[in-house]
Design a binder for this molecule. Structure first.
Ligand SMILES: Cc1ncc(COP(=O)(O)O)c(C=O)c1O
Length: 383
């Protein structure tokens, strides 16, 4: 069975870079960023929603033994609110806030339309949030988003618009139509002048790390592998860990596809840097060419290293999880942290650079389950 791990360890596309700006310092707790008040408010509200339960933190002892570290833990978001990914925490929370604001302003929620561009998971959260709040949703998807993901959003009553282009093209179309019709954009990425909603989205994500910290008995991990699309999830995971550990924050390691390494390119350049995506990774949620400016602010001082991976590890690791840890349903993006970890372990210089030892505790983010069930089944049954 270890052949799946060996294949993943040898997969092409691995690279590692140190972040030249790495210098965490104390947690800034700055208003307008992910401060304590925002994180608390998100946790208080979301933990009160019907169906809330903390997602499991699974130990992966076979991996810990292979790597020679104390623990490898996998925060498994597959069951989050029945939506299949951590995204359930963000978009839906932002929609709930917007609905509350509309009500407070004396408006009718049924007049509110929320709009977003998505690879699938964020759109599902926004669609679900809109159906919970009683407002309308317009969801923009790009050419490569699967039919199954499209249908999952439409099932919540959202109007799903497919754009002939990549993620950036769907975002441009969403922005243009929202401006023309007075819709509220609920994006999971931020840009200059548009920060309030994505900050709320990221505040929702922080609950994932707060739960993990509880499950680790309040101890912060020595290493966290953070899957990055625009960086919202990674920043949402870092903030509570940074708050808990301060300047002793462990190694925060960004993980991207080498086909869309916008965070790596930005950190290495010292400024947000665009990537023109010419090939789509199988890890659809990671296929983003531009970092979120809010995430960037948090990640610039805190990320220690940037790792890229290719797609060759995705299927073997999905199968490894399925066979060896049947209680974990790991979708495409959920393999990314383990893929990065195994590839780094196979490269002695990288392993040393990352400072691993027998006491290391590694946090992996299982960001999605079978969010595209047909794809998941096909991969699982193939070998
Ligand atoms: C399953 C999954 N993992 C990770 C990510 C990356 O999150 P972010 O774009 O906030 O960096 C996404 C984003 O869509 C996702 O859907």
């Amino acid at each position: 069975m270890t052949d799946h791990l060996d294949i993943a360890a040898a997969a092409a596309g691995f690279s590692i870079d140190a972040n030249p700006s790495h210098a965490p310092g104390p947690f800034p707790n700055r208003a307008g960023s992910l401060d304590d008040a925002m994180m608390r408010a998100a946790a208080d509200e979301i933990t009160g929603w019907a169906g809330y339960a903390p997602t499991p933190l699974h130990d992966l002892p076979e991996i810990a033994e292979r790597l020679g570290v104390a623990r490898v833990v996998f925060k498994d978001e597959a069951a989050r609110f029945g939506l299949g990914s951590f995204k359930a925490l963000g978009g839906a929370y932002a929609v709930a806030q917007l609905a509350r604001q509309a009500e407070a302003a004396g408006g009718s929620i049924t007049d509110v339309t929320v709009a977003t561009a998505t690879d699938g998971n964020h759109g599902r959260s926004v669609s679900w949030g809109a159906s919970r709040a009683g407002c309308k949703a317009k969801i923009y998807i790009h050419a490569h988003v699967s039919k199954a993901r499209e249908e999952a959003m439409a099932a919540f009553g959202a109007d799903v618009v497919r754009i002939n282009g990549n993620y950036e093209a769907s975002l441009a179309a969403c922005k243009e139509d929202a401006a023309a019709h007075g819709w509220q954009i609920v994006s999971d990425t931020s840009w200059p002048g548009y920060t309030e909603v994505p900050l709320t989205v990221m505040a929702g994500y922080t609950l994932m790390a707060r739960e993990a910290l509880d499950q680790l008995g309040g101890k912060t991990p020595s290493h966290a592998f953070l899957p990055v699309g625009v960086g919202g999830l990674a920043a949402g995971l870092i903030a509570p860990l940074w708050q808990a550990a301060g300047a002793d924050l462990g190694k925060m390691i960004s993980v991207e596809s080498h086909m869309s390494a916008c965070m790596r390119d930005s950190l290495v350049a010292g400024a947000p840097t665009l990537v023109d995506i010419t090939e789509e990774t199988l890890m659809a949620g990671l296929s983003c060419g531009e970092v979120s400016t809010l995430a960037w602010e948090i990640m610039k001082p805190t990320v220690s290293h940037c790792i890229t991976i290719g797609d060759d590890a995705v299927a073997p690791l999905m199968r490894w999880f399925h066979r060896r840890t049947p209680s974990i349903e790991a979708g495409e993006c959920s393999t990314s942290g383990l893929a990065a970890c195994l590839a780094a372990h196979a490269d002695p210089a990288a392993w040393k650079q990352l400072g691993f030892g027998k006491d290391s505790v590694i946090l992996l983010a299982g960001t999605e389950g079978a969010t595209d069930p047909e794809f998941y089944q096909r991969i699982i049954e193939a070998a």
